[in-house]
Write a protein that binds this ligand. Structure first.
Ligand SMILES: [Zn+2]
Length: 103
């Protein structure tokens, strides 16, 4: 899903943005700019977290994160664990790339 509802960590304003078209989403309430990986990191939306990791993976490695590993389930389990432990999306991607032997 490309359309994302997120809540501002500063003022808790509800915002809706398009993940792919918006590099640094801006809060309509307080006009602060954020990075998706910071919003996904503080949010409770696993789908957003996975989407953000995929977007970064597409830029860095040319394919979605779960396609970096031969075993998709291992990749998804790794990211789900990292989400549960509030690991930043960039670190979660780094761990997948390490396991896949890309780093
Ligand atoms: Zn705000």
């Amino acid at each position: 899903m490309n359309k994302v509802t997120w809540y501002c960590p500063k003022c808790e304003h509800e915002n809706i943005d398009l993940l792919k078209e918006t590099a640094t989403p801006m809060c309509g309430g307080c006009e602060n700019h954020f990075h998706w990986e910071d919003l996904a990191h503080v949010g409770d939306d696993l789908e957003l977290y996975l989407n953000v990791i995929d977007s970064m993976s597409n830029v860095l490695h040319g394919k979605p994160a779960c396609d970096l590993m031969d075993n998709h389930k291992d990749a998804t389990d790794s990211m789900t664990d990292d989400f549960a432990n509030s690991i930043k999306a960039s670190f979660a991607l780094q761990r997948i790339a390490l396991k896949a032997g890309l780093l």
